[in-house]
Design a protein around this ligand. Sequence first.
Ligand SMILES: Nc1ncnc2c1ncn2[C@@H]1O[C@H](COP(=O)(O)OP(=O)(O)OP(=O)(O)O)[C@@H](O)[C@H]1O
Ligand SMILES: [Mg+2]
Length: 261
Amino acid sequence: MQLRTVRATQYVTALREGGSLPAIVAADDLGLYVLKFRGAGQGPLALVAELVAGEIGRELGLNVPELVFAEVDPALGRNEPDEEIRDLLKASVGLNLALDYLPGSTMFDSAAGDTADAKTASLAVWFDAFAMNVDRTPRNANLLCWHRELYFIDHGAAMYAHHDWTTMIERAASPFREVKHHVLLPWATRLNEADEQARTTLRTERIAEILDAVPDKWLMRDDDGISAAEKRAVYQDFFSRRLAASAIFTEEADRARAQLV
Ligand SMILES: Nc1ncnc2c1ncn2[C@@H]1O[C@H](COP(=O)(O)OP(=O)(O)OP(=O)(O)O)[C@@H](O)[C@H]1O
Ligand SMILES: [Mg+2]
């Protein structure tokens, strides 16, 4: 698997509602992207999660805006008046992650009457339980409505177990109780079908390809003392075990849904 690489040519505007201060940027392919900065407080592991979980979602058949690598060069922020943004750009010179900007999209809001079909909702709940993504709640849906379809964004907080990679494997069979807050849970009436479909779609070879696309530097920390290849092997093991444990988190999601009504 190969992501395209673009070069950011213009900082258009900050997306202030995003905690990591992402921005809309223009790139050298004339496209507009939402850039997630490597130098943001969440650290490079947020970009690892954004890439890996995002591509897993796409593999499962969910809509995820195209992900690309985005080069930021030191000239980009030079005339930026806001000091916080200037610092963020300075800390992010080099490779970052960006996603295709969906103009005119709106955030999913069930209070405003947005709904989801059972198949998409069930697959989405399965996906977020698999990826351990806590950021799909009614308050912060990270789900865009665009051209009458749902698009899944913001996976930086997914795979939270990877922040302590020494205990990551132990947590691979977690039921993921946080699923009870999932924004699409009320529509997720076909969870067992979603589980079957997901387990046939998601091949471990594909997960390996996705992990290979992650830049080594994003995986490394000074104090770890292990190589990027060893890290990838831990992730691979984690996802294999998580896949084998899908009955556990599918059941948990079913139980949580039953308690909603
Ligand atoms: N591809 C996109 N197209 C259009 N708008 C987008 C796109 N990606 C993000 N946005 C908008 O920017 C906001 C911030 O993006 P995102 O949620 O990825 O940032 P974040 O800093 O991780 O946010 P959070 O505070 O939820 O952790 C989103 O809530 C959405 O309104
Ligand atoms: Mg968000």
